[in-house]
Design a binder for this molecule. Sequence first.
Ligand SMILES: [Zn+2]
Length: 857
Amino acid sequence: MILSRSSTVVLAAAMVAAGLLGAPASAEPGPVPANPDRGSPGTRDSSTREFGNGAERNEVAATGADRGISAFELPRAQPRRWAPARQGYPRQTELPLPPENPADKSIKLGLVPYHGIAPRLNALQEESDRVSAEIIGHSALGRDLYLVTVTAPETPPESAQQDRWRALIENDPRAAGGDPWMRRHYKAPLWINANIHGDEWEGADGALRVIERLATAEDAATARLLSRTRIYVTVTNNPDGRVAGTRANGAGFDINRDHATNSQPESRAVRDVVIGTQPFVMLDEHGYTGTTLIEPATPPHGQNYEYDLYIKHALPNAEGMEAAIRKLGYPETARADIPFRDYAPGDWDDWPPIFTPMYAMYHGAVGHTVEIPWQVNRNAYETLPVEELRRRSAVNTDVAAATIEATITYADTNRAALLADQIEQFRRGWAGEPSPFIPDGFVEGFGPEDRYSTTFPRAYVIPVGAAQRSPAAAARLVDHLVAHDIRVTRARRAFVLAGRAYPAGSYLVDMRQPKRGLANVLLEAGRDISALVPQMYDISGWSHRLLWGASVDISATAAPRVATTEVSVASPVGGVDAPAGRNLSLSLRDGADVRAVNALLDAGVPVRRTDAATAVVPAAARDKAAIVAERFGVRFTTAPRGSAGTPLRKPVIAAAASADELFALREMGFEVRPVSTTLLNAGADLSGVDTLVVSSGLSYGQLNAGARAAVDDVLARGGVVTRGGTGAAFNAAAGLLPATAVAGRGDANGVVAVRNAGSVVGTGSLPHSFVYSPLWFTGTGFTVEQRYEADPLVAGHWRPVAAGVGGPEQAAGQAAVISGMTARGGRAVLFGTEPLFRAHPKGLYAQFARALYWAAG
Ligand SMILES: [Zn+2]
């Protein structure tokens, strides 16, 4: 199901089509592995870069049947804050042993299969009082996620003291900085995250080797080190992928794109680890880039970092890791690529908070992605002799271990400065100080191109009451912020801020807080960086404020002056605001509203609709409405008298879609049958299907006669909802709506401003949307639901393909989403935007759902 995210051929074709690549790249075999994790190594020529997973996701349909946790279900899981207190160390857990799996893809490489990790950790705990293993969560397919802590034994009071100090650094950095006892005795926390991409295996093996050495070494230096250091290792952050040999987890998600969204259990688990351990330094071990690649990254640098505090350690630590791999003596480890030092701006940036190290930086860590050199996955895995694969994996394991050892050494040598700088990061946040100007040459190579900064607002307000567009979305946002360790308070009484009046109960994010950078990177609009760098590695725009569906106000300079209460979970918002005996109305503005309607339909309630955006629930179903209102946080109002409407049916959906879209549809409570060209040609059943979703891996022209007849039958009696280039091609080939799709640049992405018009998708929708490989529609004979605004790009990176082609200027004012009756008698909605992208823009979900209900007739 993730083949689309790893197929070089498909990718190269997509890039050629997008005008980004002159000739297809060859991946294997070759002396230097290509097809790297985040980009091509050792070259300043960006034309062979592999884009993360955007445009190519339209090529192969996902088949996953997994159902994850819905973001719309209440109570939302509270952060299971992993907290090292009270028990002391070691805290040894006998890990349950997974069944032996001879098909585990690690085995061919001579590496530890997933089922072999728990026995090794159990044996180490038996042997050494320096090793503690715990289960901190479960993968999408239910496998245990392990956290190993390596440190000298601590009594429970000693652990509690460490815990208090960790909290003091964040909560009262001035006091922490003035505590010489603490500065001497606080154990430096380090965190190694391995194998987040399942088919980049050896970080886990290298980490296990380091754990074993530290556990069993008898020298005095190691004992001293462990008396003043805690080393935390999440041994494999993606056991599903490790076993299956896939980059993604079992739900088809790239965990190293999920940290701002946390749709997946693997990213939630490490979020809680980074909050609970507050590491000074962290490594995220990846592969494979030919030359070992070690961050710090190229510009653009995230504008919310305290970048001076980061780069002063990140660069020397990277150079220390480079020296360590050089000492290994392999010809291929003679040097590393350090993007900050060696690459051109935009080749390997640290802009979005979706990557583990970038996310960790906002929690006070000096974060590094490390890419070990030799490719052993994908083509190489299938085609190289086993001995060569094992030789490569052995080198890779040595490299991973060497980078971890070098980082331990750096942190031990520089512990005082790392502690002082973490304290300083949080102090600046509390004090509301501007981030300092960083002069040229601050570290070698630092120049104007590296200088990014922002002006932090004084506060964000998430209003309740009439000013709140969606109480469900507001509660979801509050819970999300709190889970990320952002401080949110609730006003005890009404107040005025920046000229606006707010009722009691409104939420405040006072930006004088330790993790203001994280608060801002989630809530700010972002920035149009198209002019600053020629291209970007992955997404360049996101915004929980603009895309998650809640109204959020900004106070640029005025401080909130109102008594508040700290928030650990948003207050309940669901309810029924209608007199007994009256029909109830629910406006479908948010995914939560859709989830509630689908729950009522599942319960057999005869829901009707008066227009595409309004569901009506009969008065007799009031009790059931009250239950779903509480469960999903939605509010029913009184339906106008005489609003009979038409029956609203839950559509039977067949979807040729990407994994994230399947996940998002299921989050809203839709039942979806995955289909694709291949599955349909093999006879997949479309009987009873009301609506076909086409966004990935379905080509009308490639259907055989039987499959085409089945699809034609759906097109004649039901509906189609498409997204992106694959969907638009399907529309054209099947002769549905008379629209011409025009593609923007393939790697363009970001938050766009839109104008809503049509009643199916447009009415009441947010004035912003998200695009990746944006598309627009020209022609007549359809209804425009949504248009790009005159200056569409709010935040992100979108350049024209060539002068006057495929850029935001060409998209300006054009149709982004259209609907209409098809020539075949059914209904169709075509999206040029990405309302379900990576399960992130929760505030856009309802647009897709409304299209599904309407298209089903
Ligand atoms: Zn990777």
